[in-house]
Design a protein around this ligand. Structure first.
Ligand SMILES: *Cc1c(COP(=O)(O)O)cnc(C)c1O
Length: 446
């Protein structure tokens, strides 16, 4: 293929991706769809500039407008998360976590975090799993005892474990809360005093649930005793991909240095602008959205249970967040279910569930799938649509219908949900491709 043909092919593939998502049901728990205003920010010239440092104290010239936007962004983040201090420069959730490790621990220190099957994220992980905390910052990781019944961290067992670690000379330095499989709040209130009394720093990783926290519909980590909260700006929040840290004034200096120069040089200024817009949307529409997200997740869980699926967290009503975890082992495994659903244009991901590693399962073939409703809710779907989605899933997984037939019905169903809701302006379609290159020929060629 010629160079120009490859160039054109990339454009065409992106367009095809848009067309595909426009007729699919997006159920990845860590994904969302930004508003047209956020998409406008992403393609602005901000993305071509450098602004190392803090607004008003930059290493580069040319930041007149960029500084104003970044100040608005930080102010909005403080307001949305009811925080004294905010830094919106982290280029991702992982970078935000790295900045916290760098600011408040040294290589060789111990950190408490959830294991991956218990919902922990690879950025909290051990060196032997190539986890960021271990591999990049040299932290030793000890896992929280986890209750499968309650689907959260076991408070008493954690206290005992920390005391035992201290007796053995493994004094933990950081208590990390939050995770990626995250159905119910973590016991920040119950453990942060205890951790502080033992000299630990407490961070809450709200990557997944930041939009729910913004809406006041999940826990409030900074009020419950966390010293800082890291997050992604694009999961239940509506930003472009990126990270945010919120904390207290007394932590500001250490965090700012850890972000720059510690962990960023360019900090993706177009995404800072996008985060500012997303945070403004969140102040205006975030509460209604967060409530609907949680209602939708519970509805979807209930509907799947009626179709014979085993949904985790039964004892506590399946979920208090934007996601549910489903054990699909009686229908194959998470990997095969994920693949079949994708053929029906239902997009979700396989998931290691608590106990999977002990049972010898691999992340390619775990026992579960994770289903999230942040994106479908942003498209305006409510409880009735969740029932329909459960039915589509059942047709593929339980009835083993031809996914191509289901895909046609899925596309039909999606026709009524073409716009982003909970936003100031949605003239542009949710997945409408923004074609900046003149010739339509590129896109029409096969
Ligand atoms: C997604 C996620 C991250 C990583 O965020 P990125 O923005 O993708 O770097 C960190 N922590 C948790 C708990 C996550 O789920």
């Amino acid at each position: 293929m010629s160079t120009k043909a490859l160039h054109d092919k990339v454009l065409r593939l992106m367009k095809e991706h848009h067309d595909w998502f426009n007729k699919s049901i997006p159920l990845i728990a860590s994904e969302n769809i930004p508003s047209p205003a956020v998409r406008e920010a992403i393609i602005s010239d901000f993305g071509n500039r450098y602004a190392e440092g803090w607004p008003g104290d930059r290493v580069y010239a040319g930041c007149t407008y960029i500084d104003q936007v970044e100040i608005i962004c930080n102010d909005l983040a403080k307001k949305v998360f009811r925080a004294e201090f905010a830094d919106c420069r982290a280029t991702s959730g992982v970078v935000a976590n790295l900045a916290i490790y760098a600011a408040f621990s040294n290589p060789g220190d111990y950190m408490m975090a959830a294991s991956i099957p218990s919902g922990g994220h690879i950025s909290h992980g051990k060196k032997e799993h190539s986890g960021t905390a271990g591999l990049v910052h040299g932290l030793n990781i000890e896992h929280y005892p986890f209750s499968k019944e309650e689907m959260t961290i076991d408070v008493d067992a954690t206290k005992r474990k920390i005391e035992e670690m201290i007796r053995n000379g493994k004094v933990p330095k950081i208590g990390m809360f939050g995770g990626s499989l995250f159905l119910f709040p973590h016991p920040v209130k119950e453990l942060s005093n205890f951790m502080h009394d033992h000299g630990m720093y407490v961070n809450y990783d709200g990557a997944h649930v930041a939009g729910l926290i913004a809406g006041g519909e999940f826990q409030d980590p900074l009020k419950e005793g966390a010293d800082s909260m890291t997050m992604s700006s694009h999961k239940t929040l509506w930003g472009p991909q990126g990270g945010i840290i919120v904390s207290f004034e007394k932590r500001a200096d250490a965090i700012k240095k850890a972000i720059f120069p510690g962990n960023t040089s360019s900090h993706h200024l177009h995404h800072v602008a996008g985060k500012a817009i997303a945070l403004a949307e969140s102040l205006e529409f975030g509460k209604d959205y967060a409530k609907q997200v949680i209602k939708n997740a519970k509805e979807l869980a209930g509907a799947l249970v009626e179709y014979g699926f085993r949904v985790l967290g039964e004892k506590r009503g399946y979920t208090a967040s934007h996601q549910i975890a489903v054990d699909v082992s009686k229908f194959g495994d998470g990997g095969s279910v994920e693949k079949n659903l994708e053929k029906a244009n239902i997009i979700l991901n396989r998931q290691l569930l608590p106990g999977d590693i002990k049972a010898g399962r691999h992340y390619m073939h775990p026992s579960g799938v994770r289903i999230g409703v942040p994106e479908t809710t942003r498209l305006g779907m409510k409880e009735g649509e969740m029932k329909e989605i459960a039915n589509f899933i059942k047709r593929v997984v339980v009835n083993m219908q031809d996914p191509n037939i289901v895909a046609k019905d899925v596309a039909d169903f999606r026709k009524q949900f073409q716009k982003v809701q909970y936003t100031f302006d949605n003239t542009l379609g949710a997945y409408e491709y923004i074609n900046l290159v003149g010739t339509n020929q590129i896109y029409n060629e096969q």
